[in-house]
Design a protein around this ligand. Structure first.
Ligand code: AMP
Ligand code: ZN
Length: 454
């Protein structure tokens, strides 16, 4: 059974397969903007893409080339560097390192190539140069270069934006470019090269059109071409990237190269928190560290993110992490019971669900149907293959909550009371600990403390 995945241009599920005779599957996933820690919504998209990568690895072993970029120059990264009065490269390195650490904790496989926008200025300039020569781009009075949307007939095919908005001639202008609107010939044109402004500080590069920096969209067209070639097999990102980012990438790449840019487009849906869009002002924006501070493991977040269908909006709650921790506990015990045994119990429905448009909740459902039947007849290696596909690392540490010192002191007093056979005091302290959210588990030679899961 092939891997089938929803395709955003045709809006139907289509088979994933390499188009080129070398059999290499070329996969590009738009990466993070590195100016702050990624939030768990960003990680929903990266975890979903990691399952795609894992399925591809199983399907085309040794023949997958996965590229994911780092946006290390744009309005947000520059603003952060200027606000902190630090070199841009310092700021983006800090947040790139953090992103890598979080990805590792979430057991996401590193891409084969992780190119940066600042490392590909020349490639971007070259591409803009071709677009200028072909008449798809023009230089405005301020030295910025814009893509002429009217020069590309297929503009809007991915997002159906033409049908919806192009005639109105308004909504196409991207927020971040609104300030440049006066310089553009048409409000729907978008920046390929942005002329240097004072607020950019030292962050500018030379180009045939004067000093400046690349517009955001061109980086993915240029890096995809450099590392994967003119035509790729799969291009992915979150739904918010469908328009304008991916629409603009198609326009730039196809006008420059005269070739189909991507055979397959896939977009995963957003994560909401408590039914609302995540935002700092609503106080519902979580990073991985926020969840770790609450005592949850990164693997529980991964599990919780996979529990909803990637093409449906997911409503995240802390309760879903409690459920994920307990599911992982069950899976760990089940894996331990398997040892090195072989068997012929059928695990195929689990992978089949993943291959059927990445039905991750279906796969987890099938997994628990198997687990609930017990370990008899289950092949350990086949089970490990399923865990690989889902990226669930059962050896990753279960959460260890930090024990506050007053709790530790009370526990110690209770243990001493118990040793001294002062049962009333020991009992009272146990109740006190419970009221503070901690339960004490006694063993012969000591005790452990665990936060009470609500
Ligand atoms: P950014 O760092 O803003 O470029 O975003 C990195 C990735 O996260 C992109 O693929 C976005 O589409 C995705 N993304 C951003 N916000 C969310 C969200 N709330 N839920 C799911 N994915 C998101
Ligand atoms: Zn991109």
């Amino acid at each position: 059974m092939p891997i089938r995945l929803h395709e955003s241009l045709t809006r139907t599920p289509r088979e994933l397969k390499p188009a080129q005779p070398d059999g290499v599957f070329r996969f590009y996933n738009c990466g993070p903007t590195v100016y702050a820690p990624a939030h768990i919504g960003n990680f929903r998209s990266f975890v979903v893409n990691d399952v795609i990568r894992r399925l591809l690895d199983l399907e085309f072993p040794g023949k997958v080339k996965h590229v994911r970029n780092l946006t290390d120059v744009d309005d947000k990264t520059i603003k952060r560097a200027q606000d902190e009065q630090r070199p841009l490269a310092d700021v983006t390195k800090q947040w790139t390192d953090k992103f890598h650490a979080d990805c590792a904790a979430l057991n996401c496989l590193p891409p084969h190539v992780e190119p940066t926008a600042t490392g590909h200025i020349r490639e971007q300039v070259d591409m803009i140069d071709v677009l200028m020569k072909k008449g798809n781009a023009y230089r405005a009075a301020d030295g910025s270069v814009y893509f002429k949307v009217s020069s590309f007939d297929d503009y809007g095919k991915l997002s159906r934006v033409k049908e919806r908005e192009l005639q109105a001639g308004t909504a196409l202008s991207h927020k971040s470019q609104a300030a440049d609107a006066d310089e553009k010939e048409d409000v729907s044109d978008f920046a390929l090269w942005k002329a240097h402004k004072t607020e950019d500080g030292a962050n500018s590069w030379d180009s045939p059109w004067g000093r400046g920096r690349p517009g955001w969209h061109i980086e993915c067209s240029a890096m995809s071409k450099k590392h994967l070639g003119e035509t790729i097999d799969l291009h992915t990102g979150g739904v918010d990237l469908l328009f304008p980012h991916h629409e603009n990438e198609i326009a730039q790449s196809q006008c420059c190269n005269g070739a189909t840019f991507a055979h397959h487009w896939y977009h995963s849906e957003h994560l909401l928190v408590d039914g609302r869009k995540m935002s700092k002002s609503l106080g519902n924006l979580y990073t991985l560290d926020d969840l770790k501070a609450k005592g949850f493991s990164p693997m529980a977040l991964r599990y919780a993110l996979l529990a909803s269908h990637p093409r449906k909006q997911q409503n995240f709650t802390l309760d879903s992490l409690h459920a994920a921790e307990s599911a992982l506990k069950t899976l760990r015990a089940f894996r331990a019971a398997l040892g090195t045994q072989s068997g012929d119990a059928v695990l195929e429905p689990i992978l089949a669900a993943l291959r059927d448009d990445l039905n991750t909740p279906g796969a987890l459902g099938a997994l628990f149907t198997l687990v609930n039947r017990g370990p008899a007849g289950v092949d350990a290696a086949a089970f490990d293959r399923v865990m690989f596909a889902l990226g669930l690392d059962l050896n990753a540490a279960a959460p260890k909550a930090e024990i506050p010192s007053d709790i530790a002191d009370r526990a110690k007093q209770r243990w001493e009371a118990k040793l001294g056979k002062d049962w009333a005091k020991a009992d009272a302290l146990r109740k006190d600990l419970a009221a503070r959210g901690w339960s004490m588990l006694d063993r012969k030679d000591g005790y452990t403390l665990e936060p009470v899961k609500r």
